[in-house]
Design a binder for this molecule. Sequence first.
Ligand code: DAH
Length: 360
Amino acid sequence: MTALDTLRGKYIEAIAAAADEAALEDVRLAALGKKGEISLKMRELGQMSPEERQTVGAALNRLRDELDASLRARKAGLADAALDARLKTEWLDVTLPGRPRRMGTIHPVSQVMAELTAIFADMGFAVAEGPQVESDWFNFDALNIPPEHPARQEHDTFFMARAPGDARPPHVLRTHTSPVQIRAMQAQGAPIRVIAPGRVYRMDMDQTHTPMFHQVEGLAIDRDISMANLKWVLEEFCRAFFEVPSVELRFRASHFPFTEPSAEVDIRCSWEGGQLKIGEGDGWLEILGSGMVHPKVLAAAGVNPDEWQGFAFGMGIDRIAMLKYGIPDLRAFFESDLRWLRHYGFAALDMPDLAGGLSR
Ligand code: DAH
């Protein structure tokens, strides 16, 4: 047996015996490191005769390559074993059910806004917005409610303060979403189809009134839009919103300064055993105001009333939320009582959509 055979046997054995990657690295250094045994032997080649160098050099190269390959193989084996061992201690069953964590709920008003937006979007209405602090021109004048008009008193308006000495009329907290009609038509002109859900403010507080509440405005202007279109849109909306196969609406002649003719709309319902049912019965519930947009309102918004016409409506969101979800007291909507919110709130990740169902 030659000296190289002995060397080979020693390192092959040491490689097999190395228990982990650190021990294996020690073996590698001892054999192939700068000062390793094989490297030193390579250095001795210089002192040999050319013939000797050829045979010993080739044998050393072979030995070095063999040990190198064997080290790599052992290293990969050790790494696999280490990973196996780690996975055994760290295993995770991804099929286990998740750990539920209590998340906030969606407020019924937000839920209803999302529901009605989905329904009207399906009928081609975009969402328009306007400021809650509004000029009195947008909130009143542009809607054909001049300064001395009695409707101004009926609105129980909150006025913003002006700087002392500033004689301009004060801004108001918008008393309805109707000013968004004007803003939307100014921005977009005609034809137009928008809804404007949002907060409105009036000085009022009892079981059915809060100083802040929510409305949704609807506006559809085109060349030949009529009350018949209004009726269809509202019926379609109520059927989808209340999730009933059919509804019956009653149009009652009414008066609003910004529409001519004007109608208040009631929905057929029944009260049996304190339970409200929409769509059947002998009762009627008022749900909105509506009409054909007054020519003066179109003109104020820069839309030519000789060319364009259409309908508008305004509906109380809190009201229809109470009706749909059987919530008795409006004031509770805004008291932030967590027990109430958990009871009436909606799952945070279920967005209403027409295909999947509005209120799963
Ligand atoms: N702005 C009215 C209110 O707050 C509701 C309303 C009635 C809006 C008739 C309309 C409408 O657009 O046509 O009482």
